[in-house]
Design a binder for this molecule. Structure first.
Ligand code: ADP
Ligand code: MG
Length: 472
């Protein structure tokens, strides 16, 4: 069928029926209340004019009090109706079935271990439950990906913003999460530094190409004024795609290439691009519950800086995956400076073109580049290297050591890949509160240190990761 009739949020049909009736009654009462109060006010006005002319007697003053009481009653009535309907407030106006925050509070099992679960206290939920952003995003939409499958997917957040406004409207929820994940306070300011010449160390980490297979830097960008993918309509998503297409069409020289919409793409071509790390994967249960997979594959696509799929692009733009845009540069080997330099040129060219079309990337003094997933706020940047660490990865405490150094460890095929192939995607864990240059430097230094340890193990040395852990 392809559609489903909504039954409302309640489990008891008679409760839904009562709610529905109450709503219809309120709807009927609203215009009657308005008409009645206008009539009373007009009546009061003409009465007082007449009374003024005939000098009001003691008798007529008691009539006046009656009229005042009537007026007050109708004002209260209209006010009540207005409140019920949510006029002039941010309160939900569209939900017919309203339940108390206590009854509506999510169920959390012992496997729900996300930051969302930790910070969505009943008090915060109660405060935020009636609110919705101008794109209609509610706290229930924010937490959907964490309540539905927070126990089965290895994602630590369990929440997603639907638009820029989500971060301010739902601040009692997002601020502690941002504080805990990024160690970044609500009064801190984020700094951006996209100047490759500011990198301190650009030495080749792996001159004989034994350990570092490839290097990639991606940045996430939102377009100001458009809802993020989780709250996007089809039209808004298509708008993002058309802006992305017209920006990429103007790229010249070594950035020039072609846009490939997913709508027209054969499955085998798509699979091949995914395997080659050029295209994003199809949505999984997590992205579908976060509403990132709506209408897939409509308005999704990939731009590559070549004209033939047999060539290997090194500049790529993803459109409408988890963010409006993910702009990246990826190359074999470990030449991080070349990768960063090309990425920055591409990002700047896209930004310039975006401005010429009357749009801009969404940037905020506090949060830096603002995007849907709180982990990506700030730089929106993940700088990664695929590194062969066969011996080191077998030692218990390997992941803890990396995390301690501010590094994230993923499988060779990205965040969904949990296989231990011996080749790992090592990247900067933080994105907010540090500049791009600082985070890339941290990744280079960390990878360099891990390679040193791997070499020691290969040479037969014993390594105590507990001691290494305390050193960093
Ligand atoms: P992100 O969320 O940062 O875009 P994912 O973990 O979802 O990253 O991975 C997206 C794709 O990018 C995957 O195919 C992954 O293997 C690839 N990728 C990430 N880092 C590198 C790298 N250093 N070299 C090659 N491919 C990479
Ligand atoms: Mg990803």
């Amino acid at each position: 069928m392809g559609f489903m009739v909504g039954k409302g949020k309640g489990t008891m049909p008679w409760v839904d029926q009562i709610n529905l009736r109450m709503h219809s009654i309120r709807r009927m009462v609203a215009p009657v209340g308005v008409v009645a109060s206008v009539a009373v006010l007009v009546g009061l006005d003409s009465y007082s004019r007449r009374a003024e002319g005939s000098k009001i007697s003691a008798k007529s003053s008691s009539q006046g009090e009656g009229i005042q009481a009537l007026t007050a009653l109708s004002v209260v009535g209209v006010g009540g109706v207005a409140l019920c309907e949510g006029w002039g407030s941010r309160k939900s106006t569209k939900r017919i079935f309203k339940y108390s925050a206590d009854d509506d509070y999510p169920y959390f099992s012992k496997w729900h271990r996300t930051l969302m679960r930790k910070h969505l206290t009943p008090k915060v939920y109660k405060q935020l439950q009636p609110l919705r952003t101008s794109n209609g995003f509610t706290i229930n939409d924010v937490i959907a990906c964490g309540t539905t499958c927070g126990y089965s997917v290895p994602r630590g957040m369990g929440c997603m913003a639907g638009d820029y406004e989500s971060y301010s409207l739902f601040a009692p929820f997002f601020s502690p999460i941002i504080k805990e994940y990024h160690d970044f306070s609500p009064t801190s300011r984020h700094t951006t530094d996209l100047n490759p010449s500011h990198l301190k160390s650009v030495k080749d980490l792996d001159p004989n190409s034994e350990y570092v297979l490839s290097t990639r830097i991606r940045v996430a960008r939102s377009i100001r004024g458009l809802p993020f993918p989780a709250a996007s309509s089809r039209a808004a998503r298509r708008k993002v795609e058309s802006l992305a297409r017209s920006c990429t069409e103007t790229l010249k020289g070594d950035l020039q290439g072609m846009y490939m919409p997913l709508n027209d793409m054969d499955n085998d071509v798509n699979d091949d691009l995914i395997q080659r790390h050029i295209c994003f994967d199809n949505p999984d249960e997590w992205s579908i519950t976060a509403r990132l997979g709506q209408d897939w594959p409509d308005a999704r696509g990939v731009y590559i800086n070549c004209q033939d799929l047999d060539e290997t692009p090194d500049f790529v733009v993803w459109v409408n995956e988890e963010d409006h845009l993910r702009i990246m540069c990826l190359r074999k080997g470990g030449d991080i400076f070349a990768v960063f330099e090309k990425l920055v040129r591409g990002v700047n060219a896209m930004e310039k073109q975006m401005k010429e079309q009357g749009y801009q990337f969404l940037h905020d003094e506090h949060l830096g580049y603002v995007v849907g997933c709180p982990t990506n706020l700030g730089t929106g940047m993940r700088a990664s290297m695929h590194v062969k660490l066969i011996k080191l990865a077998k030692l218990p405490g390997f992941i803890d050591l990396c995390n301690r150094m501010g590094l994230d460890v993923r499988g060779k095929h990205g965040e969904k890949d949990t296989r231990q192939s011996g080749i790992f995607d090592i990247s900067n864990r933080h994105r907010l509160g540090f500049s791009e240059v600082e985070l890339i430097q941290l990744m280079i230094d960390g990878v360099s240190y891990l390679i040193e340890l791997e070499k020691k193990l290969e040479a037969g040395e014993e390594i105590d990761l507990e001691k290494e852990f305390n050193k960093v």
